[in-house]
Write a protein that binds this ligand. Structure first.
Ligand SMILES: O=P(O)(O)OC[C@H]1O[C@H](OP(=O)(O)O)[C@H](O)[C@@H]1O
Length: 318
């Protein structure tokens, strides 16, 4: 069975974080399935279905935390339908395209909702780089509000630099700070605005490592913490008690081989994400409205029912 090279390249780019950010990963995975379907030379429907499932599995095994990835694969693979290769192909291509359109639409709807929380003259503190969070800022700017930003650099991968550049391009004055300076600068901030990689049924938010400490400090300083997250970030399996796996990345992201040799024999840990409990979050902004974290489970039930299978398992009841 041949996987299209695009699937392999997409998977490698996701694993290396060349392609990163929860929504972007989901979109890239859907696009890779579209290529696999479009270019497949499978001659039987069974072979075609099997090929798409293998592609889904390859894409899914790249990074474990951002639930947008399995949610995207599930969206596309569950709509794979037909008795012939041609119809199966068309169904996957259609679903992948539809998924990408929904993602874009959801992000702009979410932006408009999030923008209502931001007042003219406000200062937002950001952590990492979130396209959902930036959509809120962009929508507020479109409403004519003036905003400023304090941007945490976000060790070890420095996604704060991406955020700083994006905000500067929007015309927002940016102050870039090291992560350790966050508490000091919280007194100058009106909001902490972050994205999410996964949201659990109890309203816990899994986001870039450092988010939970920032949220605790923000609470203590009285600065509201807002999470901008499309519903694709809702983690359906947490409704039935599953926990979210936290990705552990290579220690060389934290310390170079040279520095490592210099320091000597120590353990280095590099978790990519942490969990912020619902009590430290003021609101989760989605395209369906903004929710106190404790009530997000209602939205999850509405969207997913009582639970879901893995994306590559053929549905039995649809
Ligand atoms: O979907 P959007 O809002 O763009 O990004 C959501 C989240 O994805 C990122 O993870 P990473 O940099 O891929 O590890 C950050 O944790 C960010 O908050």
């Amino acid at each position: 069975m041949d996987l299209h090279p695009t699937v392999e390249t997409t998977a490698e780019d996701i694993a290396s974080m060349e392609t990163r950010g929860a929504a972007t990963i989901g979109a890239a995975a859907a696009a890779a399935l579209r290529v696999q379907a479009g270019e497949s030379d499978a001659v039987t429907p069974e072979a075609f279905r099997a090929e798409l499932r293998v592609a889904g599995r390859r894409l899914h095994e790249t990074r474990p935390t951002a639930v947008s990835l399995p949610n995207a694969l599930r969206y596309v693979l569950r709509r794979m339908d037909g008795d012939e290769v041609a119809t199966l192909r068309a169904s996957v291509v259609k679903a992948a395209t539809e998924f990408e359109q929904r993602l874009d639409r959801a992000q702009s709807q979410l932006g408009a909702i999030g923008a209502n929380r931001l007042q003219d003259g406000d200062v937002v503190m950001t952590h990492c780089h979130s396209t959902d969070a930036l959509a809120c800022v962009e929508a507020a700017l479109d409403q004519g509000k003036h905003l400023e930003a304090i941007v945490k650099e976000t060790r070890p991968r420095l996604q704060g630099h991406i955020t700083a550049r994006a905000l500067r391009e929007m015309g927002v004055p940016v102050t870039l700070i090291v992560d350790n300076a966050a508490r000091r600068y919280l007194d100058d901030a009106d909001h902490v605005l972050v994205g999410a990689d996964a949201i659990a049924a109890d309203g816990s938010v899994v986001n870039k490592i450092g988010t939970s400490g920032l949220a605790v400090n923000a609470r203590e300083r009285g600065v509201p913490i807002v999470v901008a997250a499309q519903t694709i970030k809702l983690h359906p399996a947490t409704m039935t008690g599953h926990t979210v796996e936290i990705e552990m990345r290579d220690e060389r992201e934290v310390v170079s081989d040279e520095d490592r040799a210099d320091i000597g024999d120590v353990a280095v840990e590099n978790p990519a994400f942490d969990v912020t409990p619902p009590r430290h979050i003021d609101a989760i902004v989605t395209e369906s409205g903004q929710f106190p974290p404790e009530s997000i489970v209602t939205l999850m039930r509405e969207l997913f029912g009582d639970g879901v299978a893995e994306p590559w398992v053929e549905p039995t009841n649809e």
